[in-house]
Design a protein. Structure first.
Length: 290
């Protein structure tokens, strides 16, 4: 088992990687233990973890492994799915989000990522669903505040508005977040979700200290049959990372930069190869503008 004290080759102590974080879903076949070891062997100082993999390892074990490795937890994915309309669904979602906050607190996660949720079956009321997201976050904030957990609302690409994310723009997410202190509710800015927005520069400047997480992944075409797997490695698609990265930098964000990619071909590639490519693309396309 690798630990933070394991001697590393000089190449693996590159200070240019000091903000690079691996989101676990980028190498979906890895367990939490394997992802931790991959980060350590590659010289990455941070990891974005998923609740499912934490549960598989056991919460206490996950906390211990991460502490022993000395890795920062850049985010915990995920909470949210707030859009249920009936009382039972609303209460179930709230209870699940309380558990997610507790897990984020135990892990010392920089933020708990909140996926808004899509439209309930048969529902066509987008404004109403967005209103329920705001109501659910308002209910969750005091609990998260008491436990020192920041909530990061993630606007999602409009192709997911029906089934995953009724909050589609950074502006819509900020409209909800600005009711609270920046440390309490901010936004998760994922290039895959927001790159298309003609108002993006203005909204990133508006977000400023509310950017809880900056995630990168590319938009590739043609889209696969499963649109959830439409992300690509940086440089394989259409996103101008230099431009967006400069806007995020100018807004004052200095936190971790998390690579999150859902892609079937990438998931079929050995994890060490994915990490090697990820580091190369980060240094070429992301780091110079961060």
């Amino acid at each position: 088992m690798l630990t933070a004290e394991t001697p590393r080759p000089a190449a693996l102590t590159d200070t240019r990687l000091s903000r690079l974080s691996l989101n676990q879903r980028t190498i979906a076949g890895w367990t939490l233990r394997e992802a931790i070891d991959g980060c350590l062997s590659t010289g990455l100082p941070a990891i974005g973890v998923w609740r499912e993999q934490v549960a598989e390892a056991g919460s206490d074990t996950a906390v211990r492994w991460l502490a022993e490795a000395g890795l920062r937890v850049s985010s915990l994915c995920r909470g949210g799915f707030f859009t249920g309309a009936d009382p039972a669904s609303i209460e179930a979602a709230h209870a699940e989000n309380l558990r997610a906050v507790d897990e984020a607190a135990a892990l010392g996660a920089a933020t708990l990522c909140l996926v808004p949720g899509g439209l309930p079956a048969g529902d066509r009321d987008l404004p109403g669903a967005r209103g329920r997201v705001a109501e659910a976050i308002d209910r969750l904030v005091p609990y998260a505040r008491d436990r020192g957990v920041g909530l990061g609302l993630e606007p999602m690409n409009p192709i997911y508005a029906a089934d995953r994310g009724v909050v589609s723009t950074l502006g819509q997410a900020l409209d909800i977040a600005e009711a609270y202190a920046p440390s309490e509710v901010g936004v998760v800015l994922d290039t895959f979700h927001v790159w298309w927005d003609p108002d993006l520069a203005t909204q990133i400047a508006r977000a400023a200290e509310r950017i809880h997480s900056y995630q990168v992944g590319d938009w590739i075409t043609p889209l696969p049959a499963d649109a959830l797997l439409a992300r690509g490695m940086m440089g394989d698609g259409h996103i101008d990372f230099a431009r967006i990265g400069s806007w995020v930098r100018d807004a004052g964000y200095r936190g971790d930069i998390e690579v999150e990619i859902f892609n079937a071909d990438l998931w079929a590639t050995p994890g060490d190869q994915v990490l090697a490519t990820l580091v190369d693309r980060y240094l070429d396309l992301i780091y110079p503008y961060a």
